[in-house]
Design a binder for this molecule. Structure first.
Ligand code: MRU
Length: 365
């Protein structure tokens, strides 16, 4: 886990319950106001957790889907049941490819087995996917630190901008974009993180919550301020932008939380390096370019309604737009490879169009 989470929280976002065929998760739909956990005991629990964003973030969605399949196979493990459970989970969210990657990996591991052996094998495989995710994110942190260190050595505070939440909450542990930030902070680098609010689901609030738990200095800003902040000189000049990814096409185009593209454009205009951090499970070599990545369109009520706490601290919903007002709510956008300075994976740092060289063993059709 990232060292020094200054709290008593569990160290991970999802963990198997000892002695039970169930997993517990942090219910991220309640953060940052409430910290609570939820138990997933059935396929439907897992599918609902992904759909309702109780778990979110591409790597964590993938691991949850893998455990969802294991939960399903505890009940029925024939070929038809396996295919039906995979289809249910695949339909929960379209953009993050880690979900589909995890389901494919689980199915290719399980289908050759007799049905009586599938459930136990599914629990083992889901556990391995979770462990690999944590290890790869830890490695992304080490590799990203090597990129940040020379910037820090130029003197002064290191200012990093991020968008959405790509910290440990979005993965099993460590995070993707925030893994280098935690590694830098833990190694004593004077770092400050500029956190984009990320309307409408406000994942930036989760990033701020995480950074606060860890003691990392940070400032939240409204999404629309990013251009101004990126253009600033002097003490507050942004040294680099680091974001996560939900799907990276073979040519290096990156689908990530909506608003990422605008930050990449502003970063290019201001000569600020723009990095994407993601494990290999986020790379989709079957997508030749970002144009092929499906973009999730979410419920318009995410814009029409505000969620939070009222002045007495009670959960509250506030209508800010009429129910019949037309709303567009794409959850992701695509940043073209040409705007990306480099991609950081568990294998190393490469130009956005250099992924094929980093993963030569992967089928690239
Ligand atoms: O819609 P979400 O919250 O599941 O979005 C995913 C994300 O958290 C981000 O896009 C993130 O930057 C990539 S996942 C580490």
């Amino acid at each position: 886990m990232p060292a020094m989470k200054v709290n008593t929280l569990p160290t991970r976002t999802l963990w198997p319950v000892v002695g039970m065929r169930a997993v517990d998760i942090i219910d991220q739909s309640a953060l940052p106001h409430d910290y609570r956990t939820l138990r997933l005991s059935t396929l439907e629990d897992a599918a609902h957790a992904i759909r309702a964003m109780q778990v979110r973030g591409a790597p964590l969605i993938g691991v949850t889907a893998a455990y969802g399949l294991a939960l399903a196979l505890d009940r029925h493990a024939n070929d038809a049941a396996l295919a039906a459970a995979a289809a249910t989970l695949a339909a929960t969210r379209p953009t993050a490819v880690n979900l589909h990657w995890a389901l494919m990996r689980m199915q290719s591991r399980l289908l050759p087995l007799p049905s009586g052996e599938r459930a136990d094998a599914a629990w083992r495989e889901a556990g391995e996917i979770a462990e690999e995710d944590a290890a790869q994110c830890q490695r992304i942190g080490e590799i990203g630190l090597a990129l940040l260190r020379p910037m820090a050595e130029q003197g002064g505070r290191l200012n990093i901008m991020t968008h959405c939440n790509a910290g440990w909450l979005a993965t099993i542990d460590y995070g993707t974009a925030l893994a280098p930030v935690y590694a830098a902070f833990d190694s004593g680098i004077d770092i400050h993180v500029w956190v984009s609010e990320t309307r409408p689901r406000n994942q930036g609030l989760l990033t701020a919550w995480e950074l606060r738990q860890h003691g990392v200095p940070h400032t939240l800003f409204a999404d629309n301020a990013a251009g101004l902040l990126l253009a600033r000189d002097g003490e507050f000049a942004i040294d680099a932008v680091i974001v996560g990814a939900d799907r990276i096409a073979a040519n290096g185009d990156v689908a990530n939380k909506v608003g990422t593209y605008l930050k990449a454009l502003a970063a290019r205009e201001s000569d600020v390096p723009f990095y994407v951090a993601a494990p290999h499970s986020t790379i989709d070599f079957s997508c030749t370019s970002g144009a092929q990545i499906p973009i999730e369109e979410r419920d318009g009520d995410e814009l029409r309604m505000l969620h939070g706490r009222d002045s007495s601290g009670q959960p509250a919903r506030l209508r800010q737009l009429f129910a019949d007002e037309a709303v567009a709510n794409p959850a992701f956008d695509v940043t073209p490879a040409r705007l990306i300075s480099a991609i950081i994976t568990e294998r190393g740092v490469c130009p956005a169009d250099g992924l094929r060289r980093l993963y030569p063993e992967t089928r690239h059709d």
